[in-house]
Write a protein that binds this ligand. Structure first.
Ligand code: NAG
Ligand code: NAG
Ligand code: NAG
Ligand code: NAG
Length: 307
């Protein structure tokens, strides 16, 4: 059953906090868009009985969550905050729940307030966060620095199918964000994912994904098959709960670090492929060498079926 969480809003007019912007507290090559640099208004959305432990850097005692939000906006290192009504404790956090979706936990009597939009706050507060990407708090000028921020938490920039999955799970609209492909930016919304050319100057956040439980490297059939025996090849993969890999899937495997120099068949007929590229080969997206006139018999690259 889907539970709906009430979301509480606090909005600030930025002219009142004119000196609050532009003091980024981020890594090299990154820009912070916290505080007022987003626009003329700045809001926090809160949810009751949730905390993001382990990222607090300052505690204050203030009379209301609004005052706590003001403290957050004028603190360079604050990305989100907790407020507990009883103790009037205002806890400033150096990270957001959208960056650490798995870490937002239940705690009676404390509110989590963050820059996430209401739908995202609700999604994060719901119990099931399987496969939810993490959106970086800082915005990066290069693919490499976004990728390095993902690696810092043991993640990778999300692959296309991971983004498709997140969108199906109801992940709300994101800004144009870095993902696995260095040549474009992804925008997620609940109806799908769109890809955009890189802007020349604007920095972007990164979408980090964790290695999904369901991911497995391709497997090569133990037997080899005649080139024309497509049914046999498919059956060979099927025995392994898999199907002949497409070029896109082999690239995905490559992006996961899989390499193989065996010339095997794949989903594309009358070609064979290796996972890697040599100089002079016909390469799919610079990663998968695949050429016509394949060997007359070969084993098959099989990619696991996903449920
Ligand atoms: C803030 O207060 C909470 C609750 O007492 C405590 O767990 C946390 O360590 C404190 N944080 C800092 C930075 O003092
Ligand atoms: C969580 O969501 C995933 C993806 O939709 C689903 O496969 C899984 O069964 C869900 N788990 C629970 C406990 O609801
Ligand atoms: C920042 O950018 C410069 C120039 O593009 C690069 O040499 C440097 O390694 C980058 N630093 C980080 C931490 O990504
Ligand atoms: C989601 O993205 C699609 C494709 O760009 C667009 O047509 C649609 O209007 C967007 N939906 C929302 C709710 O923003």
């Amino acid at each position: 059953m889907k539970q709906i969480f009430a979301v509480f809003f606090i909005t600030f007019a930025c002219y009142a906090l004119a000196n609050a912007f532009f003091s980024p507290y981020c890594q090299e090559n990154a820009t912070c868009v916290r505080g007022c640099s987003w626009g003329l208004e700045r809001g926090f959305n809160g949810v009751a009985n949730r905390v993001l432990p382990g990222h607090d850097h300052r505690n204050l005692t203030v009379a209301s969550p609004v005052l706590c939000g003001r403290e957050c906006l004028i603190d360079d290192r604050c990305f989100s905050f907790h407020y507990s009504e009883g103790e009037r404790r205002c806890e400033l956090n150096g990270a957001t729940a959208s960056r650490y979706p798995m870490e937002l936990i239940e705690m009676e009597g404390i509110f989590y307030y963050g820059p996430e939009e209401p739908k995202l706050v609700q999604l994060l507060a719901s119990g099931n966060k399987t496969g939810i990407p993490s959106l970086t708090d800082c915005w990066y000028h290069t693919h490499a620095s976004a990728a390095s921020e993902c690696r810092r938490t043991g993640q990778h920039l999300c692959l296309q199918w991971e983004l498709d999955h997140a969108s199906k799970e109801g992940y709300p609209t994101t800004p144009p964000s870095w993902y696995a492909d260095p040549d474009s930016l992804a925008v997620l919304n609940e109806t799908g994912v769109t890809y955009h050319d890189l802007p020349l100057t604007a920095p972007s956040p990164g979408l980090c994904c964790s290695l999904p439980m369901t991911y497995r490297d391709p497997v090569i059939t133990p037997k080899s098959y005649e080139l024309a025996d497509r049914a046999g090849q498919a059956r060979g993969c099927s025995d392994l709960a898999a199907h002949p890999c497409t070029l896109a899937e082999l690239k995905e495997a490559y992006d996961h670090g899989y390499r193989s120099l065996y010339w095997g068949y794949l989903a594309t007929p009358n070609r064979h492929a290796i996972v890697g590229c040599h100089h002079g080969d016909d390469c799919y997206q610079g990663t998968i060498a695949n050429t016509p006139r394949p060997n007359e018999r070969a084993q098959v690259y099989c990619c696991p079926n996903r449920t």
